[in-house]
Write a protein that binds this ligand. Structure first.
Ligand SMILES: Cc1ncc(COP(=O)(O)O)c(C=O)c1O
Length: 383
């Protein structure tokens, strides 16, 4: 397979470079530093002791699928049949991958956001699809603009990916716009893949609104989600997809047999526990991320010549540094070499994202404070 069209992740370039300096502050990586809650670890250990050490159903333990179904009913009033509308996957990464494999024929187009999560590129390439992008604009708070989606849909568009809350910008798009995007996709014959892995890390607004709430489009919408970000469980590789479209789940389940067969049984058991009892943990984590966000923004506000949109969700802030540098990779490398702070260059998130850097505050508040201060000092030297 020719992968020359897939650029190496700019985040990894910086991360590998930063590892050369033992003392670098890592603001480039989107992996929560907080520990997985101990009751979740205990639950997995107990499951292993009890013999959950074998294969499970390709779609995951039925009891976990039932719990996922209850979760969506409780949170979003959505109705998903555990046996027909839910599949458990190795992180949302595999949920996205299986969805794309299930939907795409060779050469089909997938619309992705720019700025957007870089791993979509490899997944779409592996599913033999083609990438098209729709812009998220700083002046619109990086919210999804339905007109931009409509303008970029072509007769070959098989799927539109919406990532809400959005990595790397921290934007949260309001439900009226989301519903409009779902309608546009459905009318053009495309599916809507909703990447909602940051659904629980939201700071502003009444409550997060999921694509699963739009019942009229439930056969056209696939929601992918994960335990990774909500519960600091990135290494567990536990995620899932829900959709009203039974055929898609059937195809994904068939494909699952040839990919990982199933997710480790004991981790699935822990997933049940965390869905049942994890709400308080989320509240505490979000409180901590909010503290870090506010600290980062407070320091950034002191800098001249940059701009950013206050993140409403995730643990990222996307900073416009175009008055200082046109090449974000060079900017991030210089910042790292001169001040030992690693940031993710905007260009990693799409061509429209050049001139920005992403700061992750999924690290300790002291790292956030020191790292952002060094960034601001660096900017002063560039004046
Ligand atoms: C937007 C987005 N989607 C999906 C993922 C994949 O997460 P996981 O496979 O751990 O669920 C990430 C991870 O950073 C992400 O930022």
């Amino acid at each position: 397979m020719n992968t020359s069209g897939i650029p190496q992740s700019g985040i990894r370039v910086i991360y590998h470079e930063a590892l050369k300096y033992g003392d670098a502050i890592h603001l480039e990586i989107g992996d929560p530093d907080l520990p997985t809650p101990s009751f979740v670890i205990d639950s997995a250990c107990e499951a292993l002791q009890k013999g959950y050490t074998h294969y499970t159903h390709n779609a995951g333990l039925l009891e976990l699928r039932e719990e996922i179904s209850r979760y969506y009913s409780r949170k979003y009033g959505a109705s998903y049949d555990p046996e027909r509308n839910v599949i458990v996957t190795a992180g949302s990464t595999e949920a996205l991958f299986l969805t794309l494999l299930a939907l795409l024929d060779v050469g089909d187009e997938v619309l992705i956001p720019d700025p957007g999560y870089p791993s979509y590129l490899a997944m779409i390439a592996a599913a033999r699809g083609r990438v098209r992008r729709y812009p998220l604009r700083e002046e619109e708070g990086f919210e999804v603009n339905p007109e931009d989606v409509a303008e970029n849909i072509t007769p070959r568009t098989k799927a539109v990916i919406v990532n809400n809350p959005n990595n790397p910008t921290g934007s949260v798009t309001p439900p009226e716009k989301l519903r409009e995007v779902a309608r546009i996709a459905a009318e053009s014959g495309a599916y809507l893949i909703a990447d909602e892995v940051y659904e629980n890390i939201v700071y502003e607004g009444e409550r997060f609104r999921s694509f699963s709430e739009f019942r009229e489009f439930r056969d056209r919408i696939i929601v992918v989600n994960s335990f990774s970000k909500s519960y600091a469980m990135t290494g567990w590789r536990l995620g899932f997809a829900v959709t009203g479209n039974e055929e898609i789940i059937k195809t994904m389940t068939k494909l699952q047999e040839g990919v990982v067969a199933c997710v480790p049984a004991a981790f699935q058991k822990a997933g049940i526990k965390v869905l049942m009892e994890g709400d308080t943990v989320i509240q505490e984590m979000v409180k901590e991320y909010r503290r870090r966000r506010d600290k980062a923004l407070e320091i950034l506000s002191e800098a001249e010549g940059i701009s950013f949109v206050k993140p409403k969700g995730t643990f990222y802030v996307f900073v416009n540094i175009s008055k200082y540098a046109k090449n974000s990779m060079e900017f991030s490398l210089n910042l790292l070499r001169n001040h030992r702070v690693a940031t993710a260059p905007g260009i990693s998130f799409g061509p429209n994202s050049e001139g920005y850097i992403r700061i992750s505050y999924a690290t300790s508040i002291s790292n956030v404070e020191e790292g952002v201060k060094r960034l601001v000092s660096h900017l002063k030297t560039l004046k």
